[in-house]
Design a protein around this ligand. Structure first.
Ligand code: GLA
Length: 411
């Protein structure tokens, strides 16, 4: 019997299907895409407890916490050295009050505490990684009150000597389970090992792509890896959209909303990430953000699209050069439609609904406008905008995105 079980498990492993930690992940977390803030995009390594507390206070006073942004995530460079027993400690100069005190500060304000580590010997910025210390680190995080762990992939070896990513992430998943404290596990191996095929067994979200940067349509080659702006990352989500859903999300990276060249770009980026059901992790200077950026991030109708319970990632429905209409099925028979102007000239567009049908083959959702009528609401300002019985005439400014919610007319 035992030999047969072994063969069965070995067979599954050979097929790449067996991940022993499958039952370990907390399946009650991240049923909608996580929302919060992370330090990396704006501050890089330059973080300390004063900044984290000021950001937490600004999330509360700006209303962003109440809009849903509850995770406050420290990225790389919070680390000091390990103590004599091997326990990880924060940088004593940057975090003199310690991590338990910081976690308490966040929890007292109705926020959650996120931290960063790495599956290799060091993090990407050269701080201590968790390899060989996974259970000890997860236990330490639990003592500090951590609710979210982003787990990076630097210094994990190269070629045949590289760590097995499934094994590495499963080990941290088991370590979190053993700590007894529920924590979201954010897999950050940049999409290199098709994490959309196995990430859901061990974690709650997985990066699909290399690092985001604050440009509209650029890609920077760093030799062994690339970073990209909004449009190249967007385009790479289409083929894998079917792998994202409640409890396990494709993660096109933390947002650059507030860091882009214009509010049109900020608006588009936010709308598109919501359309993708992406995690909505703010990556800007929250205490210093403009009122416009705050209003984009806090828009309740766009957030509702991103947090829709079905968690279906959008697909490009109509594509013309430089102009696209993306569609996302929502709960209760509704749809979200995003009209994206990728180019540098204003675009006028008349959408004669009755010439089209919305059809999401992946999830079997359809809307035939010749047979059914939908009401249209402008998601940016909440204004009713007629129905699909009459054509929608719009002008979309360069790099901007209009969003509409369609709801079936019943009765
Ligand atoms: C990698 C990750 C980034 C960030 C940095 C920190 O590049 O992909 O998101 O965490 O490391 O060093």
């Amino acid at each position: 019997m035992r030999a047969r079980l072994f063969l069965w498990v070995a067979g599954l492993a050979a097929l790449g299907l067996a991940v022993p930690a499958a039952a370990q992940k907390d399946a009650t977390l991240a049923l909608t895409p996580p929302m919060g803030w992370n330090s990396w995009n704006h501050y890089g390594c330059n973080i300390d407890e004063k900044l984290i507390k000021a950001t937490a206070d600004a999330l509360v006073s700006s209303g962003l916490r109440d809009a849903g942004y509850t995770y406050v995530n420290l990225d790389d460079c919070w680390h000091g050295a390990r103590d004599a027993a091997g326990n990880i400690q924060p940088d004593p100069v940057r975090f003199p009050s310690g991590m338990k005190a910081l976690g308490d500060y966040l929890h007292q304000r109705g926020l959650k505490f996120g931290i960063y580590s790495d599956a290799g010997a060091t993090t990407c910025a050269g701080r201590p990684g968790s390899q060989g210390h996974e259970f000890q680190d997860a236990a330490q995080y639990a003592r500090w009150g951590v609710d979210y762990v982003k787990y990076d992939w630097c210094a994990t070896g190269t070629g045949p000597a590289q760590r097995n990513p499934r094994e590495a992430y499963a080990t941290m998943s088991r370590a979190i389970a053993a700590s007894g404290r529920p924590m979201v596990l954010s897999i950050c191996e940049w999409g290199e090992n098709q994490p959309w095929l196995w990430g859901k067994d061990v974690g709650h979200l997985w990066r699909t792509t290399g690092d985001i940067i604050n440009c509209w349509d650029c890609t920077i080659d760093h030799g062994s890896w690339q970073s990209s702006g909004i449009l190249p990352i967007l385009d790479r989500q289409v083929a894998i959209r079917g792998h994202s859903g409640p409890g396990g999300w494709n993660d096109p990276d933390m947002m650059e909303v507030g860091n882009l060249a214009s509010d049109r770009e900020n608006r588009s980026h936010f709308a598109l990430w919501a359309m993708l059901s992406a995690p909505l992790i703010i990556g800007t200077d929250v205490p210093g953000m403009s009122g416009q950026v705050r209003d984009i991030l806090a828009n309740p109708r766009i957030i509702a699209i991103g947090q829709d319970a079905l968690g279906i990632s959008a697909y490009p429905w109509i594509r013309t050069p430089g102009f696209e209409i993306w569609a996302k099925p929502l709960a209760d028979g509704a749809w979200a439609i995003a009209l994206l102007n990728r180019g540098d000239e204003p675009q006028r567009y008349t959408l004669k609904w009755t010439d089209y049908e919305l059809k999401d083959d992946l999830k079997g959702r359809r809307a035939d406008f010749a047979r059914e009528t939908y009401t249209i609401e402008n998601s940016w300002d909440g204004e009713p905008t007629g129905t699909t019985a009459t054509p929608l005439e719009v002008q979309v400014e360069p790099h901007d995105t209009l969003v509409f919610r369609l709801a079936p007319v019943t009765g």
